[in-house]
Every structure is written in C-alpha cells, then in structure tokens.
Write a protein that binds this ligand. Structure first.
Ligand code: HGY
Ligand code: MN
Ligand code: MN
Length: 414
C-alpha cells in the first residue's frame, strides 16, 4: 500500500451524525433500539439507509435476501468485491451499537475513499445483512449471499414460520428470492467487519482493538416438555404432571453440566412459553428456546448429545413427554490470517494497542468464511454490556475502529 494513504482518516463528525440519525429509528426510552429483523422499525431503518446511500451519491444495491448495500466501483469492472459490513437489525430491546456501528463505519470508509479519489483494485461494498440476530432465522442475509441458506431453514426458522412469512411480506421478499441471492465465490475479494466486543476483555486489559481469531459456532433447538393440564387448586401435588418442572430442572442442570464438563462452551435458555398459561392451571406444555455455543466443531456433537440426554432424564423424572425441534447450526469459523495481519498492521500504523480475541458472539463473517478471506475487529464495550439498552462504546473507540477498518481496506484493496 503506498505510504501516502497511511495518514488517511475517516470523518468522525460525519460518522457520528449518521450514526445518531440511525439510532433514532426504533429508539427506546433508555437509549437502546428495538429493531427486530423485518419489523416496521427495521424496515424504517433500511429505508433511511437506502435514502442516505443515494443522497451520498453511491449506487444502492439490494438482493433477494433483502441485504442492502452501497457500492463504490473501481476502474476494473470485472474486479472482485471487498465487502465491509454488519447489520441494522437488533435483538428485541437491544443496544444502538450492535451491528449499526459496523454498517455506518463501512459506509464512512466508502465516503472517505471516494472523496480522496482512491481507486482500489477491488469494488468495495458497505453491507447491511438481513436478520443477523436470528429473531427470524439467524445470519439469514449472509447465509443467503454465501449460498448456504436452505429451504429447510426457511420452513423451520427458529423465530417461527409465521413471523418469518409476515416479515417477508412486509419487506416484499420471497423464498425464491432468498434462495437465489447467492454470489459466486470468485466475485468476492473478502469480508471485513467492525463490531463492538460485547464482552469485558478489551476494557479490562485497557486494549484499544480486538483482532478476532475465530467466531463461535451456534446450535439452536426448541425443546417441548409435555405434561397434563389440571386444576391448580384441587389437584394433589403428587398427582400433577407439571411441564414447568421438567423445563426448569433442565435449565438448571444444563448450566451446571456445561460449566462442569464443557468449560469453553455456553448454553442459554432465552425463552420459555407456558401453555395454556394461566395462574390456576397446572402447565400442560412448556416450549424451551435452547441455544448452545462452542468454538470447537468436534465438541458440538458431544455437547448436543449430553444436552438432549439431560432433557430426556428430566422429562422422565417428572413423568413428562419430550419433543425436540432442531433449528440448525452455524459452524465455528477461523478468521483469515492475512486479514488479521492487515488489521494488526493498521493498528500499529495508527498507534493503537491490539490483542487477538475469540468471538463468543456469532457474526455474519462465519457465513462467508468458507468463500473468501474474512476478518473482524472489536472495539471496547463499556462494562461488557450488549443485547441491552445499557450497551455503550465511547465515541473515540468507535472512531478508532472505523480508522482501522479504513486502513485495513486500503491494505487489502490496493
Ligand atoms: O447472538 C449473537 O451471538 C449475535 O449477537 N447475533
Ligand atoms: Mn451483532
Ligand atoms: Mn447481536
């Protein structure tokens, strides 16, 4: 990369202005955002992004999966594309930095490259991927772009088929469109993402930038514990087949087992739905939303079997039936060493401290890691908070991340 560009920096005020405008869309009272994928709020954010991209003078692009992007072409029309991106959808009642910072920083990099008339060897694209958070399917847009999305994923989405269909209708998307959004690997030069860490390691160590080494794999299930509805007052305790007992005992036992036997994995029960669901009815059915994560592909089979065995044991213990529905898996993926090197080199150039970090969060890069070189950087999360309105990253750290993204794009794109 020519030395001339090593002093190039993004425009912090312009990035902050765009970031703050976006944060108003779907904003919650406590400075978070509530923009589940393809919800009205998320589509309003996408409408704003579309208008902002065109008002900024870039070509706007969207595909069958609803991914939105700005394109800065290079002189060679047949050159591959370097994608910089993240996602504008949020978890319910989430934070305003998760995903949004990466999309806006990517767009700011394009603005900086263009106003400095820098012609790269690659097209460069700033991307907002659909449903990164998995309130519908999970990594939906990036999986579609990578050609990994299956009909099965759309027929049995972890967020429920009805919600997916409603979202697709709202957004004007079709299954056929989603399943035909794949890009040819040879058209992709790589994928870079700036993201908040969503943990405490950078803050605790006083490090400016995390250079991601690997992204964790994620498997999801719905476990259904089946008992018998009965009168909550007149049914003797010993006569009850109470589905809540199996669900609760499983949740506690799963946590203990993972902490004891799978120390580098995590397990989460994010939701329990009781039916019929009334004060005075013994629960007949409890649906448990189960997710578990490991950085090691081989470990998943062992963890999967151990958790299903545990669910079966708790069902038997309380005289319950058990049904399991598997919602698919995202494999763990290693980040590209050359991309990691470009990030490290950029940090050194910028005088920013950095450390290698595995990601306990899933990200769109894991959809693309088998197609092209993928890399991610993290910036510190205050108190490690994320997936909560408490999510916060200091603006100076956001700017640092955007400048590392810019300098890495120059190194990889020249
Ligand atoms: O759930 C995750 O790991 C990410 O925030 N989608
Ligand atoms: Mn995210
Ligand atoms: Mn997230």
């Amino acid at each position: 990369m020519t030395q001339a560009f090593s002093s190039l920096r993004i425009n912090s005020d312009r990035l902050l202005d765009a970031f703050n405008q976006l944060a108003l869309i779907g904003a919650t009272a406590d400075s978070g955002v509530d923009r589940p994928s393809l919800s009205e709020a998320h589509l309003a954010a996408r409408k704003w992004l579309h208008e902002h991209i065109e008002a900024s003078g870039f070509e706007f692009r969207t595909d069958g999966a609803g991914n939105h992007s700005a394109v800065l072409p290079c002189d060679e029309p047949s050159a591959p594309t370097l994608i910089l991106g993240s996602h504008l959808d949020s978890v319910p009642n989430g934070g305003r930095f998760d995903g949004a910072l990466g999309v806006m920083a990517a767009l700011e990099v394009l603005k900086t490259l263009r106003e400095n008339r820098i012609n790269l060897k690659v097209q460069i694209e700033a991307m907002d991927f659909t449903d990164e958070e998995g309130t519908l399917v999970g990594l939906l847009g990036s999986a579609a772009l990578a050609g990994h999305l299956s009909k099965e994923n759309l027929e049995k989405p972890r967020g429920g088929r009805e919600r997916l269909v409603e979202g697709m209708m709202r957004a004007g998307l079709t299954e056929a469109g989603m399943l035909s959004a794949a890009r040819k690997p040879e058209t992709l030069a790589g994928y870079l993402e700036l993201h908040i860490e969503q943990g405490k390691r950078l803050e605790k160590s006083g490090t400016d930038i995390g250079i991601v080494t690997a992204i964790v794999g994620i498997w999801s299930y719905k476990l259904t514990f089946l008992g018998k509805a009965d009168h909550a007052g007149s049914t003797a305790m010993e006569d009850r087949r109470d589905a809540s007992l199996g669900a609760s005992a499983f949740t506690l036992a799963a946590r203990e087992m993972v902490m004891r036997d799978f120390p580098n994995c995590v397990v989460n029960v994010g939701k329990m739905e009781f039916a019929p669901g009334a004060f005075n009815i013994v629960p007949a059915q409890v649906d448990v939303s189960l997710e578990f994560r490991s950085p090691d592909a081989a470990e998943f089979e062992r963890l999967n079997q151990a958790l299903l065995n545990l669910a079966g044991e708790q069902a038997v213990r309380f005289g319950l039936g058990l049904q399991t529905e598997f919602f698919g898996k995202h494999a763990p993926s290693l980040m590209d060493t050359d991309v990691r090197g470009a990030f490290a080199n950029a940090c050194d150039e910028l005088g920013l401290s950095h450390m290698p970090l595995p990601s306990g969060a899933g990200h769109d890069g894991q959809s693309l890691a088998d197609l092209c070189p993928v890399g991610m950087i993290f910036v510190p999360s205050v108190d490690g908070a994320s997936h909560s309105p408490r999510e916060f990253t200091k603006w100076e750290d956001c700017v640092n991340g955007a400048n590392v993204l810019l300098q890495a794009a120059l190194r990889l794109g020249m």
